[in-house]
Ligand binder design. Structure first.
Ligand SMILES: Cc1cc2nc3c(=O)[nH]c(=O)nc-3n(C[C@H](O)[C@H](O)[C@H](O)COP(=O)(O)O)c2cc1C
Length: 175
């Protein structure tokens, strides 16, 4: 069974990770959700645990476990997908910052990486964000670009999380 680490960072669209998890599970993939601590405010870790059938990870130093979670998780991973990917997690990945479980695990994986950014259109077009994306692309990281339209804050432009079916299909091309 192919193993997908599904990173979820704290965009308002984080709830869509639940439906994305279902698409993968129905198609026979094993999904390991890995949330940033902020994302756990926006989507239920319990819902992701039930939908994936696997433990949900968020803490680098969980009180009940002794192993190094980022090393355990990355073993046998076939794809490292972050959906949604915030401006913050993209910036950390581009610059080698490893200050939480998601960014630390990214630095340790050897499998293909796919990011599905989601953010306000002004954030998306910011030169810092675009420069980070270019840096990651140069290193072989794959992207599924955000869609255009109305975003949750009421602004209009490019920044909405890509359709989950499109993310699912892009992921399947890599794994
Ligand atoms: C309700 C809410 C929605 C947010 N949506 C987004 C978003 O879509 N994209 C983004 O880059 N940041 C968004 N942010 C800001 C991030 O949550 C913030 O930058 C945070 O520090 C990112 O942490 P993380 O990357 O560790 O999850 C949102 C914040 C709030 C409170």
């Amino acid at each position: 069974m192919k193993k997908i680490i599904l990173g979820i960072s704290s965009s308002i669209s984080a709830y869509k990770a639940c439906d994305l998890t279902r698409l993968f599970v129905r198609d026979g993939y094993s999904v390991f959700p890995l949330l940033t601590e902020n994302a756990a405010q926006l989507v239920s870790p319990l819902a992701l645990e039930v939908l994936s059938g696997n433990s949900v990870y968020a803490e680098t130093f969980p009180s009940e476990r002794r192993e190094m979670v980022h090393i355990e998780l990355k073993k046998d991973a076939d794809l490292f997908l972050v959906a949604p990917a915030t401006a913050n997690i993209i910036g950390k990945m581009a610059n080698g910052i490893a200050d939480d479980l998601l960014s630390t695990t990214y630095l340790s994986v050897k499998c293909p990486v796919l990011l599905a950014p989601a953010m306000n259109p002004d954030m998306w077009s910011h030169p810092a964000v675009q420069a980070n994306i270019e840096k990651l692309k140069e290193r072989g990281v794959n992207f599924i670009d955000p869609a255009s339209g109305l975003v949750a804050c009421g602004d209009e432009g490019t920044g909405r999380l890509a359709d989950i079916n499109d993310i699912f299909n892009a992921a399947k091309k890599l794994v």
